[in-house]
Design a protein around this ligand. Structure first.
Ligand SMILES: NC(=O)c1ccc[n+]([C@@H]2O[C@H](COP(=O)([O-])OP(=O)(O)OC[C@H]3O[C@@H](n4cnc5c(N)ncnc54)[C@H](OP(=O)(O)O)[C@@H]3O)[C@@H](O)[C@H]2O)c1
Length: 332
């Protein structure tokens, strides 16, 4: 496993990290979840990503139990705040009240005294940015959070936050967590150039497009049994990508992966890691074999000719519009 700096900070993260959205506490039962975390640790992954909202807060508990007994100093644990964790109007968003209550819940569920990276899961249009950033800064000073970052923020929102932090002397954002894959490249036009200039990294989610880039979803065929597309919660998220034009083109990537001696999942993870602004690709898995397959992408170099072939195959199905990075106008 290779390691990269998180933004301009001194923190190193494994360039492949393990995330438990959808899987732990819901689709995958606890034993399988523990086996996936064990496989991740065995394969050299040290960075783990979760969120207060995943599986209605159960995902953090499962991860906390799975990591119990592992030397804390050998792990980087990331979590997030914003999406609702309860029914009340203050159980959501980035207010001082919700952030403070949510981080305490996360620390309890994860069974740790601090998280390495705390991320604003979306931009909150109903809370002054100063209030959010001051609260984050307080958590850093209290030692409950070591670094702060965001997820799915636009370049403009990140720039606003950096300006306030610099004026007020607050801790600066070190990272953004966007969706990024061969099929979804919306960060490339604006977020990446700003992040390079300002010293933020991307920690990217769904690098294999939730399974689509493995090539296991075939055009014109029902999804394979037990895959995310057949899961009641996962199915909703993946359905956007399950159209025959996308699936046919993805099948055409198979010879490219084959010529390189890579699995399709390895090719997809390696592809996001070619972008030097990416500090880590967060992989999801329902089975330990998937973790063992996907981690082999660490250290793989793809040359310009291969990247061009991929672009030629995918052509117009690649999404590049920066306007696709959106946070809800009102809190959910
Ligand atoms: N910040 C955000 O808003 C946000 C949003 C989404 C995700 N995330 C983070 O990113 C993490 C990863 O997201 P993701 O789970 O969508 O990532 P992903 O790696 O693109 O997809 C993972 C899924 O693909 C399938 N898969 C993985 N490897 C495979 C293989 N070798 N062969 C066949 N199928 C394979 C598995 O699903 P099946 O076996 O069920 O098919 C697995 O659960 C999350 O856990 C979370 O930490 C963040």
């Amino acid at each position: 496993m290779e390691f990269r700096h998180l933004g301009r900070s001194g923190l190193m993260v494994s360039e492949i990290s393990y995330g438990n959205w959808i899987t732990h506490g819901s689709q995958v039962e606890e034993d399988a979840a523990r086996e996936c975390v064990r496989a991740a640790l065995d394969e050299g992954i040290t960075t783990f990503d979760t969120a207060d909202v995943y599986a209605g807060t159960k995902a953090e508990e499962v991860l906390g139990r799975a990591l119990k007994g592992v030397r804390r100093e050998s792990l980087e644990i990331f979590t997030k705040v914003y999406w609702p964790t309860g029914a009340g109007p203050n159980d959501r968003g980035l207010s001082r009240k919700h952030i403070t209550e949510s981080v305490h819940g996360s620390l309890r569920r994860l069974q740790t005294d601090y998280v390495d990276l705390y991320q604003a899961h979306r931009f909150d249009n109903e809370t002054p940015l100063e209030e959010t950033l001051k609260t984050f800064d307080d958590l850093v000073r209290q030692g409950k959070v070591l670094y702060v970052g965001v997820s799915e923020w636009t370049a403009d929102q990140i720039a606003q936050a950096l300006k306030i932090a610099d004026e007020m002397g607050f801790d600066r954002l070190v990272s953004n967590q966007p969706q990024y894959s061969m099929l979804w490249r919306v960060i490339e036009a604006e977020v990446v150039p700003l992040s390079e200039k300002e010293g933020l990294s991307q920690i990217v989610w769904s690098p294999i497009a939730q399974g689509v880039l493995t090539g296991k979803y075939l055009p014109g065929q029902p999804p394979p049994a037990g895959s995310r597309a057949t899961d009641p919660s996962g199915g909703n998220f993946i359905s956007r990508m399950l159209n025959d034009d996308v699936l046919t083109r993805v099948q055409d990537l198979k010879p490219i992966a084959g010529d390189l001696g890579l699995s399709m999942a390895q090719l997809a993870v390696a592809w996001v890691l070619q972008n030097p602004n990416v500090a880590s690709a967060i992989i999801g898995a329902t089975k330990p074999e998937q973790v063992r397959d996907n981690v082999k992408a660490s250290g793989v170099k793809l040359d310009a000719e291969v990247l061009k072939k991929i672009d030629d195959v995918l052509g117009p199905v690649v999404e590049r519009d920066p306007a696709k990075t959106v946070s809800p106008e009102k809190r959910p």
